[in-house]
Ligand binder design. Structure first.
Ligand code: 5AD
Ligand code: SF4
Length: 471
């Protein structure tokens, strides 16, 4: 008899992709994904610990599940991902109703773990080892199945756009970041595995692929992934060449490692979308040094200028931390100045949060909470104004929109620059279909358009055009 699994995913795209892999692994053990935890035999939380708040959310949800478990003792509860890796045994101590704690390198073992729980070989399982010579297994074989689309039973997965993990972990050791301890050292997947997975996805109808890694620019540098070394730019070119792949993106890049070779790809590859998320974190060189980011504001601005030369109209987004220990008013003003200079299309901004096993957690000069909140609010307000201005630059232009979903006549899609566009259509286009849309209205977070005649879309804006913003 089929069993039901409910997976709740927190955090980044890496986790989203891991949840998909887990779902596919479990499909092989007879599990069907469900959207309602009440009907699940297994509830799995795939967790994030990037900031204290993300971790608190996990514990509070686990607390709520205690009652569910006492009503249904057969229910199994698992915690995977970064909180599982970070907390380990502590999760069992605080939440005794949890059955499985699954670290970031251990997700591939889940079917075996479930089998031994079922056989009664073990009561609960703690699997959080981090192996020195860990290699991401060639899980793309899981997608092969009988040649049909991979199962997406929970109905949450998009069938026309997918993430492909190219590496895991991070060796950068930014002083505030928990990732090196939750995801381990940097490990690249072999080129052949990545290409096989990407080709399979495209053969199954996927139109857009985003290559994922904590620091994609250092792909292939830290462990041998091929007999011939391949740079990230080299990998990108090989993926871009897969026939039928309409759109290619990648995330995340560290500004420090953004090479000319990589930026050249934006000029050469038509299906590489004119969009880049390039986290800067702060506009103050003093703070960047304390963050151990290993670049300066000047280097960052040079890279931004170069990117705009290679691909005019490229939409840039960023991440900002406000209230890093020791951040003065002057440092914060430098961040505001950077925002005014670059005029990011959008940004994700966060109050600094102490994390376990990080250097900055030990810094003495913490910024008070109210100052952090006030700075965050000022930053976000300016970003909103800039995003709106950026979005208005789109009005009157015809852009190519890839359809995401339809509700009646209302269609939602995205431009190559990753802006959300809403428009009305008499017929319901299929998800993944690309349509020409003329932009008629701009809001802070999205654009509104109307269908335009075919052939009018400009996939690559001319040198004098800039595109709108997104968050
Ligand atoms: N506190 C606040 N924000 C953080 N980020 C990472 N670590 C922390 C932290 N300790 C932010 C960074 C990163 C994004 C994913 O989360 O901006 O780019
Ligand atoms: Fe969260 Fe970072 Fe882990 Fe992603 S890698 S889930 S953002 S802590």
């Amino acid at each position: 008899m089929a069993k039901h699994v409910y997976i709740k995913t927190f955090g980044c795209q890496m986790n989203e992709r891991d949840s998909e892999i887990i779902e596919q692994l479990l499909a092989g053990s007879g599990y069907i994904g469900v959207a309602d935890p009440g009907s699940a035999d297994l509830i799995l939380l795939n967790t994030c610990s990037i900031r204290a708040k993300a971790e608190q959310k996990v514990y509070s949800l686990l607390g709520q599940l205690r009652e569910e478990k006492s009503r249904r003792p057969g229910l199994r509860i698992g915690v995977a991902g970064c909180v599982a890796q970070q907390e380990g045994e502590e999760i069992f101590r605080r939440m005794p109703h949890v059955d499985i704690v699954l670290g970031t390198q251990q997700i591939y073992r889940l079917p075996d773990i479930l089998a031994s729980l079922e056989k009664g070989d073990t009561q609960r399982e703690l699997a959080v080892d981090m192996e020195q010579d860990f290699a991401i297994p060639p899980f793309q074989k899981l997608l092969r199945g009988d040649g049909r689309r991979p199962p997406s039973p929970a109905g949450t997965n998009c069938d026309y756009k997918k993430f492909v993990t190219i590496m895991q972990g991070c060796n950068n050791y930014c002083s505030y970041c928990v990732v090196p301890s939750t995801r381990g050292r940097e490990i690249s997947r072999p080129v052949a595995d990545i290409l096989e997975e990407a080709r399979l996805l495209v053969a199954q109808g996927v139109r857009e692929i985003t290559l994922l890694g904590q620091n994609v620019n250092s792909y292939g540098r830290t462990n041998p992934v091929a007999t011939q070394p391949v740079s990230f730019a080299g990998l990108l070119r090989q993926v871009a060449a897969i026939p039928g792949l309409a759109r290619l993106r990648f995330t995340t890049s560290n500004p420090r490692d953004l090479s000319e070779e990589l930026m050249q790809c934006f000029a050469d590859l038509d299906n590489l979308c004119p969009q880049l998320h390039l986290p800067v974190q702060s506009g103050s060189n003093r703070i960047l040094a304390r963050m151990n980011r290993k670049y300066t504001v000047e280097t960052y601005l040079d890279r931004v200028a170069a990117l705009r030369r290679y691909r005019p109209g490229i939409a840039l987004t960023t991440d900002i931390i406000v209230g890093f220990p020791g951040e003065t008013d002057e440092d914060f003003e430098a961040t505001m100045e950077l925002l005014r200079t670059v005029r990011f299309h959008g940004s994700f901004s966060f109050k600094y949060s102490d994390r376990p096993n990080t250097r900055s957690a030990g810094f003495a000069d913490k910024v008070p909470e109210e100052i952090k909140s006030a700075r965050l609010q000022r930053f976000q307000q300016l970003q909103d104004e800039i995003s709106l201005e950026r979005n208005k630059e789109y009005i009157g232009k015809t852009v190519e929109v890839m359809v995401e979903s339809c509700s009646g006549q209302e269609v939602k899609g995205r431009t190559a620059t990753n802006h959300v566009v809403h428009f009305c259509s008499d017929r319901q286009p299929a998800a993944g279909e690309q349509l020409a849309v003329r932009i008629v209205h701009a809001g802070k977070h999205s654009l509104r358009g109307e269908p335009a005649a075919r052939g009018q879309e400009r996939t690559r804006p001319g040198p004098h055009e800039t595109s709108g913003g997104h968050r």
